[in-house]
Design a binder for this molecule. Sequence first.
Ligand code: ADP
Ligand code: MG
Length: 465
Amino acid sequence: MDETRIWQSVLGEVEVSVSRASYITWFKNTVLLSHSDEGTVIGVPNVFCKQQLEQKFNDLIEGILHKKGIDPRNLSYKIYAGKSTPSSSSRQKAYSPASSQARLEDNAVTNHSGNNLSSTNELSHNYRKGLNQKYTFETFVSGSGNELAYAACQAVADHVGTKYNPLFVYGGVGVGKTHLIQAVGNQILASKPNSRVVYVSSEQFVQELTEAIRFKKVGSFAQHYRNVDALIIDDVQFIAGKEKTQEEFFHTFNVLHQANKQIIISSDQPPQAIDNLEERLRSRFLMGMSVDMQNPDFETRCAIIQSKAESQGLDIENKAIEFLAESFQINVRELEGALNQLLAFCELRGVPATADVAKAVFAKIKARPKHTTPKQIVEKVAKYYDINYQDITGPRRDRDFVLPRQVAMYLLRDQLKMSFPRIATELGRKDHTTAIHSVSKISENVLIDVVLRQQVQELRDQINA
Ligand code: ADP
Ligand code: MG
C-alpha cells in the first residue's frame, strides 16, 4: 500500500473514533509524509494541529497504526506546507495586500461564485437574503466550546428539516453563533442551490413586521416567511416581550415545522432562561435540540487566529498568535478584533507580526489614558475626513458623511466599548440599530479594504497619541 492509501485507511478509523468536529479541525488536512523502518512522519498544516495530535491523539493514532500492521514507534508530526488539500484550496483565496481594488474584486468573486455557487446558478428568487458567504463551515474552527454546536449544525445541514428541528444554538456575545448558523444556510445552498433559505435577525423580523402592519402587507410578510425551506433566526431574545411579533412567529414556526422545513434559532440564553417569552414559543423552541456555545480554549483560539491570518494571506509569528490567544480570552470577536488591529499596524508600518510587536501594540492600548471622550473621537474622525462636526452628527446622508459617521461609530465601540444606544446618540442618530449596522459594516470592510484599514489604524494612532 502506498502512503496515501495507508493514511486514508487510518483516517477512516480516526473518523469513527472522534467527533466529526475534531476530525475536521485536527485530522482532515493531515498526510502521511513518510514511513520506513526509521519511523513514521505525519504532515500537519500548522503548529496547533501538531500540538493537538501530539498531546491528545497520539495514542489513538499509534493504536490504529498498530492495528494496520505498521510499527508505530518513532511516530512524529511535522508541519507540512506541501500541496494544499481540497479543503484548504476551497477556502477563500489568499490575496496579496498590495492592491485594495484587487482585494475587493477578489472578494466579490468569492462572494458571487465561490462556495460551489457558480454564477450560472445565481438564484432567481429573493430567498437568499441576509447570508454572508464568508460564514461557512470551512472557515469555522471547531474545538472545545463549540464542538457540539458545530456537529449539530453540520447534522442539520446534511439532514435539512429531519434531524433536529428546531435547532436552538445559544451562548454569549461573540462566540460564533451567527457564523455557525449562517454556515448551515450557506451549506444548504451549496448543496441545493435552489433552496429557499432565509436568514434574519429577530430585530429585523420585528422591523419588517412593523412595516408590514403599517402598510397593510401582513399577508405577504407571512407568506414570505412561511414559504421557505430553512428559516434561520438570529438573536431571538429580542422578540421577547413583543406580543405581535411573537404571535406571528409562533404561526410561522408551526407552519414550517409541520411541513418539515428547517428552523434554526440562536439566542444569548437557553429557551428556559429567556424572560418575557411566551410559554407556547418556549415550548416550541425546546422541541428539537438545544446546544450551548462557549468561548473556545487556548489551542482552538490559536487555531482560529492562524486560520484568519491565513485566509487574508498574512503572516503572523506563532509566538504572536500565542500572545493574542492568551491576552484576548473574552470571546472570538474580541480576539479577531485584536488580530486585525495587529495586522493593520504591521501593514501600515511595514513590520512583521511578531510577539514583540504585538506586545508593544497592546501595551500602548492598555496604558492609554482613559480620559478620551466620545466627542473627542467624533471630532478627530470629522477632522480626519475633512468635514464638520455638524455634518458628521447631522441628518444628511451624502456619501461623504456616511462613511466618516460609520467609522466614528466603529471607533467609539472599538476604543471606548460604548453601548449601541449611546453610540447612536453621540452621532445624532435616534435608532440604535444604525449603530449596530455601522459597526458591523466597518468591522467587515476593514478585513477586505486595505485603504479603509489604514485609515482606521491612523485614526486609532491619533486617538491614542
Ligand atoms: P456571535 O453571533 O455569537 O456574537 P459571531 O458569529 O458574530 O458571534 O462571531 C464573531 C466573530 O468571530 C466572527 O467574525 C466569526 O467569524 C468569528 N468566529 C467565532 N468563532 C469562530 C471560530 N470557531 N472559527 C472561526 N471564526 C470564528
Ligand atoms: Mg451574532
